[in-house]
Design a protein around this ligand. Structure first.
Ligand SMILES: Nc1ncnc2c1ncn2[C@@H]1O[C@H](COP(=O)(O)OP(=O)(O)O)[C@@H](O)[C@H]1O
Ligand SMILES: [Mg+2]
Length: 423
């Protein structure tokens, strides 16, 4: 069969790498892909912000299965358009993708279905924010309603700061249209957990848990990023917690969406805070996470095509995934200056040596290939990933590989999974 992956990051490289292992895949395309993906799939140019451009790629490939990496094409309705043309596509429809595309939609949905989440207020003006703040204690979380590529959430230490941040969001200067509506939330304390399930609109099958590292610096310091690393092990959560999350969060979401006429198919990514009062939903993503997908797929032993097709066809069951008991980790190597401004076009050296380390796979995120050499082409450049029987060994392998890779300005966190190993 012909499979098309949409996207150009480390997540999409991991999807391509895993899909290629399926005996059912005869031809693999990625649009637009990146330097590293080009070694494993045929890359096609596309503008992922433009639905017509994506449909044109579909018409060219006529894929038997399409896997959408990033959120934007999903919220534009790529799954609706592809399905309508008879090209099976994995992921939620435009209506179901609202769970990610609008934080106010998600909060009201959670409240309607009594799924645990932080108390909140939805505001459309600075006056509304000021009035609502009377019901909050500092710190207050201020969130832009729409998609903001990780730049739409500020934890304000005072109500004054919260009002200021909201004003900046409303001005459109901070995150554009995404900030024209704002959600205020009570600030929750606890460990964060990414809990992902595969859904067919009715049933869910949980993926193994993963934990990512959002801050740029060691010890969770410095500004937020798209994610500087992630790991996955057997014991991030136990079976009891997993079952609780399935029955009290994932299933109610899927049942609620169906009841409201917007069946959710695809990967439902629940961003959770594990508070003293129990797990609470921070947000939903309607797709695989980046970089969590890299360690998650490194532990997947069964055929990914079968699982994705089960979601489309409405026959998901717990047995769709076979997981390795191994641990896995992904360390993101980023361009100098990221998440601020950075330069691209730096030559990357040592990739072959890094890839030769036992259990290591180097996923490309922001790279391009010219005359047989790879160059940096984005903020997050590589996801150096490793699998091993235990977390410590996986971490050692990943860092051994990182040390072999060189490019001007390269930086990466030295403490990915360190807190988990201490526990
Ligand atoms: N209610 C909250 N309490 C405490 N921290 C929060 C809360 N909501 C969000 N955060 C923090 O902000 C980060 C980003 O928020 P999130 O809702 O996941 O938005 P996005 O991923 O779209 O930027 C979270 O990963 C978490 O660290
Ligand atoms: Mg998030």
């Amino acid at each position: 069969m012909k499979v098309l992956v949409l996207g150009n990051g480390g997540r999409e490289h991991a999807l391509v790498w895993k899909l290629r292992q399926s005996p059912r895949v005869a031809k693999l395309y990625c649009a637009p892909g990146n330097g590293g993906i080009a070694d494993e799939a045929e890359c096609l140019p596309v503008d992922l912000k433009n639905l017509d451009s994506i449909v044109a790629v579909g018409a060219q490939v006529r894929p038997d299965l399409t896997v959408v990496g990033p959120e934007l094409p999903l919220t534009l309705g790529v799954v609706d358009e592809f399905s309508r043309r008879g090209w099976p596509a994995f992921g939620p429809t435009k209506a179901a993708a609202q769970l990610e595309a609008s934080k106010s939609f998600a909060k009201e949905f959670l409240q309607r279905h009594r799924i645990p989440t932080a108390p909140y207020a939805i505001c459309d003006s600075v006056e509304e924010v000021r009035a609502a703040l009377a019901h909050f204690h500092a710190p207050v979380v201020v969130k832009a309603d729409g998609l903001a590529a990780g730049k739409g959430v500020v934890i304000a230490v005072s109500k004054e700061e919260a009002a200021g941040v909201a004003a900046e969001m409303f001005s459109g200067k901070m995150v554009g249209e995404a900030g024209l509506r704002v959600v205020l939330e009570e600030c929750l304390k606890g460990d964060e957990l990414s809990f992902l399930v595969l859904s067919d609109g009715e049933r869910v099958a949980p993926l193994v848990a993963a934990q990512d590292h959002k801050r740029v610096g060691d010890g969770d310091t410095g500004p937020n990023t798209g994610g500087m690393g992630a790991y996955s092990t057997q014991n991030i959560i136990d079976d009891k917690m997993r079952d609780w999350l399935v029955h009290h969060i994932a299933c109610p979401v899927v049942e609620g969406m169906k009841a409201e006429g917007a069946e959710f198919k695809g990967v439902l990514y629940c961003g959770l805070m594990m508070t003293a009062r129990g797990p609470m939903v921070l947000e939903f993503n309607c797709r695989f996470g980046d970089p969590e997908t890299q360690p998650i797929l490194m532990r997947l032993e069964s055929d990914l095509v079968d699982a994705l097709e089960a979601s489309i066809a409405g026959r998901v069951s717990e047995g769709d995934f076979k997981w390795s008991r191994d641990a896995s980790v992904c360390v993101v190597m980023a361009s100098g200056g990221y998440p601020g401004t950075f330069e691209v076009g730096k030559k990357i050296m040592g990739l072959d040596e890094a890839g030769a380390v036992d259990g290591v796979k180097v996923f490309h995120a922001g790279t391009s290939k010219r005359d047989g050499s790879f160059y940096t082409a984005g903020g997050r450049v590589l996801g150096v990933s490793a699998r091993a029987p235990d977390l410590q060994a996986a971490v050692e392998r990943a860092y051994r590989a990182c040390e072999k890779i060189r490019f001007d300005g390269a930086h990466y966190r030295k403490d990915i999974a360190a807190r988990a190993m201490k526990k």
